[in-house]
Design a protein around this ligand. Sequence first.
Ligand code: IPE
Ligand code: IPE
Ligand code: MG
Length: 237
Amino acid sequence: MTLPEHIAIIMDGNGRWASKRFLTRSAGHKAGGDNLRKLAERMNAEGFKYLTVYAFSTENWNRPAEEVRGLMSLMSDYIDRYIKDSKKNNMRICVIGDIGKLDQVLRDKIEHLTELTKNHQGMRITFAINYGSRDELVRAARKIAAAAGSGRLKPAEIDEKRFSSYLDTYDMPDPDIVIRTSGESRLSNFLLWQLSYSEFFISPKLWPDFGFDDLMEAVRSFNNRDRRFGRVDGSKA
Ligand code: IPE
Ligand code: IPE
Ligand code: MG
């Protein structure tokens, strides 16, 4: 069985997990965060290369202020924990999204953690925080327009490869598979460009319950897919 090089996950269902247990939504997010930490460590140990997870979308600001505050403080605690653990595990941690809109303290922590782990050779885990695909594409368009306006880039030089280099994911391969938990079948503004040819795997499990065995079920399913990329069969010719 081959491991997909890059797995993307829309970690959904924390709220439903909590309400089934008569807990607060924040308790659900905490359980979701703990689950991610465990799963990422196991994936790193098993030799996975890239994991990208949707942690907070540009639309999630529209949730009640208390939940947003809770999520921000949870991410901050989570990053502290990763900073502490960064000596004992070799994972490289990155963030995509517009972190300019986050609180300065959180931004500083993110920058510190990114810097601290940039030469790590283990699995690269990327958190999408204040991430929206449309926002990312608009930010890329702005950078491209600025480069063209100043004469550094000619319109004819813009091809798919060049365009990708302006996205937040400029130095990563596209995800091979995207997993969404809690049975929902939508992208919710996640990696629209990058997921063009990714395989979908929808799990009925709520995110805090999604474990390594569930991940391997997705990997097995991926191994049985025929990725045709527009051709008649899976052949490269
Ligand atoms: C996903 O869980 C976590 C975030 C969006 C931050 P939800 O909070 O969306 O959980 P449900 O969908 O309400 O169950
Ligand atoms: C997508 O989940 C965002 C994250 C998992 C961070 P949502 O729960 O916000 O998506 P919708 O609102 O159901 O589409
Ligand atoms: Mg949800």
